[in-house]
Design a protein around this ligand. Structure first.
Ligand code: MRU
Length: 346
């Protein structure tokens, strides 16, 4: 399968195995997990060894393929017995719609193949997962091109979480925009919010950008407003886990705070996401399920206790940014500006 022009590869399908770069170990160690069955894929998604909306969608699709080959080997019926496989993969994380979108694509293949031999069905599922993999790369390259025009030479862009090659098959979404602008010869600086509690900004975004010598400065999440006040930021650029039909954006916790700050400081707030992240079945963001994770992620940093044992904790992994705060969503098909959401369904 294609490794992508120097971009980091967090997810590879090789010899009917899914190889994942274990993101929980970065930046200290580059450890690869070889998933030989769908349960391993589900567990990797649950514990964020693979993470980021597009990446978990593609990983889950390969999870279905692994499930199919397992059933084939034990001569079981793919159509009925793949149901628990779909269910387990769908229950790993509730917020990023790309997961459910990719599983729905796989289910469609299964439905279209009724009457085919089990071998043909398994192969058709593998083909569809590989298609999803390639489609993600293509979408991200296009997002990069669409968005790069918004970044002028000399800009410093603030971002949150990790929206790069690690969060997708390759290139990333928000980071694809930055990568493309840099490849066009623009000088772009990046300020990365550390992204507590799991530090995707500090551990992953800095690691990814430093590998490509894209200038990046790390800050703690509570420093963003001060940098804006000092005139050190010219735009905010984030990814999304799910966008409702009205343009409300659900993304990593802390995104809403940045959008409010951007509005106060008159800065554009851009969201980069493939159209597979838009959920037209959900009319507004308040209906998007927000994942709540273990309180240990807040009371500990990388396994070290930092708060009194037994303290009450609330740990939502995502938050909701209303459409009115989003200047534009950058998709592979073009920009959707704040005032255009009404028209997008068509
Ligand atoms: O909990 P995570 O690390 O999976 O959260 C990821 C994000 O919030 C990203 O911003 C989003 O998935 C877009 S990634 C291209």
């Amino acid at each position: 399968m294609i490794p992508v022009d120097g971009s980091i590869s967090a997810l590879q399908w090789q010899n009917k195995e899914l190889i994942l770069l274990d993101q929980t170990k970065l930046p200290e160690e580059e450890v690869y997990l070889t998933c030989t069955d769908y349960r391993m894929v589900a567990e990797a998604i649950r514990r964020l060894a693979v993470r980021g909306a597009p990446a978990i969608g593609v990983a889950a699709a390969f999870g279905v393929v692994l499930g199919a080959y397992e059933l084939l080997a034990s001569k079981r019926d793919l159509v009925t017995d793949l149901e628990p496989v779909f269910r387990e993969l769908a229950e790993t994380r509730p917020t990023a719609v790309n997961l459910f979108w990719a599983l729905a694509r796989m289910k469609k293949v299964l439905a279209a193949g009724l009457g085919a031999t089990p071998e043909q069905l398994a192969q058709a599922l593998e083909k569809e997962a590989v298609r999803l993999y390639h489609e993600d790369i293509e979408a991200n390259l296009k997002i990069g091109e669409q968005g790069a025009a918004l970044l002028a030479d000399g800009m410093t862009v603030l971002t949150i979480c990790n929206t790069g090659a690690l969060a997708t098959v390759a290139h990333g979404t928000a980071l694809a925009v930055i990568r493309t602008a840099v490849r066009q010869g623009k000088k772009i600086g990046v300020v990365a919010c550390e992204t507590r509690p799991l530090l995707q900004g500090a551990r992953l975004t800095t690691w990814e950008l430093m590998k490509e010598q894209i200038p990046v400065t790390l800050i703690t999440d509570n420093m963003a407003g001060y940098l804006m006040q000092q005139g050190k930021i010219q735009a905010v650029l984030t990814g999304a886990d799910r966008i409702a039909a009205n343009g409300d954006v659900v993304n990593k916790i802390g995104t809403y705070t940045l959008a409010v700050l951007a509005r106060e400081h008159g800065l554009p707030f851009y969201v980069a996401a493939p159209t597979s992240t838009i959920d037209y079945n959900i009319p507004c963001g308040a209906q998007i399920p927000i994942e709540e994770r273990s309180g240990d992620e807040v009371t500990q940093i990388q396994g070290k206790q930092i708060a009194p044992a037994g303290v009450k904790v609330y740990n939502p992994a995502f938050d909701l940014t209303p459409t009115r705060l989003v200047t534009a969503v950058i998709t592979e098909r073009g920009l959707i500006r704040r005032e255009e959401w009404e028209k997008t369904r068509a």
